[in-house]
Design a protein around this ligand. Structure first.
Ligand SMILES: Cc1cc2nc3c(=O)[nH]c(=O)nc-3n(C[C@H](O)[C@H](O)[C@H](O)COP(=O)(O)OP(=O)(O)OC[C@H]3O[C@@H](n4cnc5c(N)ncnc54)[C@H](O)[C@@H]3O)c2cc1C
Length: 338
């Protein structure tokens, strides 16, 4: 266990915000986590942070940042199939690489998503037609109310599009300590999203696929679209795609018949936030040290590496205002503001 006071968080958030936490505690086991939660010297609130890739620190954090270093993979093969329990502190993409290298299908479409395994289960990360809930069987947690441990079945986690009870009703209550995934060694490529099938066909023709091939192609596609966090600070997609009423969609389509739109079962229509931001003229827009990423307008970047939280927040407000006045739609951030 390591406890540090006045911890610089620059390397612990992918926006590379130069902020600090009053205290920072790293733990290697569930018992160490319990000890930390019982330590009266540590200031509250307690905030679990993984790779800090979906967070915007809006200033110095006055509580304690908790970081899991619970590592390890336990693989089981039995009559029910193949399952692997992975420590919350494992790097998500390293887990994807491990599975693909073992020839196990499951997380390959989610390759290169930044962050750690624990947060992946909180966020219900998704990409290229797969959500992590599709391969989770259970989530091991520590309950911060009474410090008991337990496993929450995937069906009880309230998973939806980038949603879970961990982010909603249970916010702040459970700390994820490990996650169990169901994987398979039977041929199971998932190619139905966007241009994935076409890209695989182009790269490999009619060859039978292995998970590593899909992983490589997903990584190649992602690299053309998203900034590598090591090179340019960001938190990925900054805004959620808005759901609008049929009438609101028609008002936009009257002026822009080409507006991309996805009808939803409840009668609403999903419109890509990236399209709205681009049409509002903000693709590549630079404001001080912050900018709208030129290749993908859904991403706000720390353009110079020196952006302050205020500059990111000011650009966020500018985008929301401009899209609102152009289309009457209020964008809401996907990135969690701390
Ligand atoms: C370049 C880039 C591309 C991205 N692409 C995608 C994408 O394709 N799809 C996608 O879904 N997301 C994407 N993201 C968003 C992000 O990577 C995911 O949300 C990821 O799961 C966050 O993991 P993290 O470890 O960094 O979590 P953090 O940002 O540190 O935390 C996220 C949330 O989880 C909570 N949390 C973290 N660890 C625990 C724990 N052990 N127990 C309980 N709560 C915890 C935190 O308190 C916070 O509320 C992208 C981000 C970037 C920067």
């Amino acid at each position: 266990m390591t406890i540090t006071f006045n911890k610089d968080l620059t390397a612990l958030n992918t926006f590379r915000m130069g902020v600090s936490a009053a205290a920072y505690a790293e733990y290697n086991s569930v018992d160490e986590l319990k000890e930390i939660l019982e330590n009266r010297e540590l200031p509250g609130p307690m905030l679990p942070v993984g790779g800090g890739s979906n967070l915007l620190f809006t200033g110095d954090f006055t509580g304690t940042v908790l970081h899991s270093c619970i590592k390890g993979l336990i693989l089981k093969r039995d009559n029910n199939g193949i399952s692997v329990q992975v420590g919350a502190g494992e790097n998500w993409d390293q887990f994807c690489l491990w599975a693909a290298t073992e020839g196990l299908w499951g997380p390959e479409n989610l390759s290169l998503i930044p962050g750690e395994v624990g947060a992946a289960a909180v966020q219900n990360i998704g990409a290229y037609g797969v959500e992590v809930k599709d391969i989770i069987s259970g989530v091991d947690v520590l309950d911060t109310l009474d410090h008991t441990t337990g496993t929450i079945d995937v069906e009880e986690c309230g998973y939806g599009y980038r949603e879970s009870h961990f982010k909603g009703d249970w916010k702040g209550r459970f700390i994820v300590t490990s996650v169990t995934f169901r994987l398979t060694d039977g041929y199971a490529p998932r190619l139905d999203y966007g241009h994935v099938r076409e890209a695989m066909q182009k790269a490999y023709g009619d060859k039978p696929l292995i998970p590593l091939m899909i992983r490589d192609e997903i990584i190649r596609i992602r690299r053309t679209k998203l900034p590598a966090v090591e090179e340019l600070g960001s938190a990925g997609s900054f805004f959620k795609n808005p759901y609008v009423t049929q009438e609101e969609y028609e008002d936009i389509a009257d002026i822009y018949p080409e507006v991309p739109h996805f009808p939803l079962p409840d009668g609403r229509v999903k419109i890509p936030a990236a399209w709205l931001i681009e049409k509002a003229g903000l693709k590549g827009y630079v404001k001080g040290n912050a900018a709208v990423y030129a290749k993908q307008p859904l991403v706000i970047v720390n353009h110079t590496g020196k952006a302050s939280p205020r500059e990111i927040l000011s650009l966020e407000r500018k985008i929301i205002r401009t899209v609102k006045s152009r289309f009457g739609i209020t964008l809401s951030p996907e990135v969690e503001h701390i």
